[in-house]
Design a protein around this ligand. Structure first.
Ligand code: S6P
Ligand code: ZN
Length: 190
């Protein structure tokens, strides 16, 4: 093993990793079914296709025991009154946990068990958040600058997006009276 390859630099302002093994860019058109206000989605897409978030991942092979990590840069903004958010996923291997370290910005993480019980936690700079095994997780930017965090996870965890794409999270984060508020998702499928 070349130990020089085990060091990755992070740009603390932008969240970019150097080097990285994979970069993901998610625009509104990639996740239009994830937002509850379908009219707002269409209204925005008629004019532009904003970047909702970018991920810089440094991933090891999926041999058991390896760890991988990624930074996420989740932009500020809203679709209707619902804040920009990630798709959210379970890990394909359900017993794999994860750690989130928030670097900058302000937001929330929605953590949901397999029965659909959701908890909403604050993500604030210099905090470390544990995502337990068997819980889907989604991050939401409720601030006015990018929400930037590091995720560290077992390399064999995998991403299962299907359950969330079909059912959604039972709680969503919207602006109410100027404040981020968790409400029951009107489109949630039990
Ligand atoms: C990976 C970890 C994060 C997310 C990223 C984007 O296990 O939870 O790196 O991949 O925040 O979210 P999503 O739901 O599109 O993968
Ligand atoms: Zn994850």
């Amino acid at each position: 093993m070349d130990l020089d390859e085990l060091v990755v630099r992070i740009n603390i302002e932008t969240g970019q990793l150097e080097p990285y093994t994979r970069k993901i860019v998610r625009r509104l058109s990639d996740m239009k079914d994830f937002y509850y206000d379908k009219e707002a989605v269409q209204r925005i897409l008629a004019k532009e296709d904003p970047i909702i978030y970018e991920v810089y991942a440094w991933e090891r092979s999926t041999d058991e025991g390896n760890l991988s990590f990624a930074t996420t840069i989740l932009n500020p903004g809203k679709i209707g009154d619902e804040y920009y958010m990630t798709k959210g996923h379970f890990h394909s291997k359900r017993d794999r946990a994860e750690v989130y370290i928030t670097l900058s910005g302000n937001g929330k993480i929605v953590i949901q068990d397999e029965k659909g019980n959701a908890s909403v936690l604050d993500l604030v700079p210099n905090s470390i958040t544990y995502v337990p095994p068997r819980h889907a997780h989604r991050t939401v930017n409720t601030g006015n600058k990018p929400l930037i965090f590091i995720a560290i996870y077992p390399s064999d965890a995998g991403h299962d997006y299907d359950v969330i794409a079909q059912k959604g999270f039972s709680k969503i984060i919207v602006e109410r009276d100027g404040k981020p508020t968790a409400i029951d998702n009107p489109n949630y499928l039990k």
